[in-house]
Write a protein that binds this ligand. Sequence first.
Ligand code: BG6
Length: 493
Amino acid sequence: IQIKPTSIVVFGGTGDLAKRKLFPAFFNLYMDGRMPSQFQIIALGRQPYEQESFRDYVHENILAFSRNTNFSQEQWQAFQDHITFHKAHIDDDSSYDDLNMLFNKNDALWGERGNRLFYLSIAPSFIEQVSSGLKRFQLADDVTGDRIIFEKPFGYDKSSAIRLNKLLANTFHEQQIYRIDHYLGKETVQNILAFRFGNSIFEPLWNNRHIDSVQITVAEQVGVENRGGYYDHSGALRDMIQNHLLQILCMVAMEAPEEFESEQIRDRKADLLKSVRRIKREDINHYTVRAQYDAGQINGLPKKAYRDEPGVNPLSTTETFVAMKFYIDNERWLGVPFYMRTGKSLQQKHSAVVINFKDSTKTKFPANKNSIENNQLTINIQPEMDIRLSFMSKQPGLDMEMTPAQMVFDYFQCASNGPEAYETLLLDALDGDSTLFMRSDQVEEAWDIIEAIQEEWEHGDLSPIYSYPAGSWGPEAADELLKRQGHRWLSSF
Ligand code: BG6
């Protein structure tokens, strides 16, 4: 695709996200020949870098964080010419004047008004200021070519998200707004839609007649590390469930769009979120479990308790683990429990979706040691990247003995050095494809789903906060949540 010349502005150009994800992603797109033929990345930051020292800093970070570190000096030289550092203060009008000048310079060089892509990698409290600056200085007034990418958290709760959406709606057109959820850029997450809708054999089974329950796990081995200050005001419900896990849920459970087209896909996802049954405040204890990690061991090394992490209140009741059960009140999913869990400082990094099928076999096989196990489809998102279908098979031999077997599609084999989530998403934003970005209504619905839980956990007294040792799989209460319906957490390792 031929993308118009583009000026890319990174607010927070010296921040952590730019360092670890954004610059490596731009560089990899460049190496793959996917950047626009003419582009300039303008990194804005408060630190006093010189052009050269900033480029060196980006070079170091690419060597440290990019999937592609095998490049020549010439290739780096050619890429670094596309980077400009500019010292800026977002509350200083002269910074917007400067931006205007830089745009004009680029446009003059390209002989046309280029597109503009603004990446707001800044604390949420600055969003209003930057948006109004862009508006006042008319820097993003080409509705079709100028786009603004917003990082999470998108609001703090439902009302703040609505307020933010209103503010942005007064400033930009919805089609210019790209709300990023990097999970949607992951290959294995995108593949869920390809798998469901690109094949004819799975979709007929994808409903409550054949599916017993669904599990979504996003387990992290890392703790809060140096993000205690942010995380202690967020917690796992806001940080992971409201966005990443609910987005995965949409991919797994949404209805099929008639065409694989941005607005239709986003409509179907919003419909799904609307049909998620809201948990009443008095039932929260029955549907949710929250917990915080205590001291423990991970990979044989001691790990301190969450409350002892830097930046965390020593009396904090912020949850670092959530397990919960959802129902979806539509024809397809009525009665099927969707279990979700996510947590930090767990035993392993492991994200997966497990579809647990009902037992609808009619034939009684002769009694044998191995009873029939229900079919399971496991979609491993990371770090394993595969799809596994478990089924029963005849054990080779003279008797009709049954044994579980698996069919495996190893995504990793074809995508081991494949694009990272941010590459996919940045390319889509450069190209004006918003399919993998969240629309305002989706964000608000997602907040609505967790609103009662947030309120109860913050102000109520119905719901205990459990603890779990770092390096475990979470509190026992999370197992109890499933046991009540004869389920257990299923993992593929
Ligand atoms: C971020 C959360 O959105 O996602 C972090 O704020 C979390 O707390 C991260 O660690 C997980 O992303 P990934 O891609 O490493 O699974």
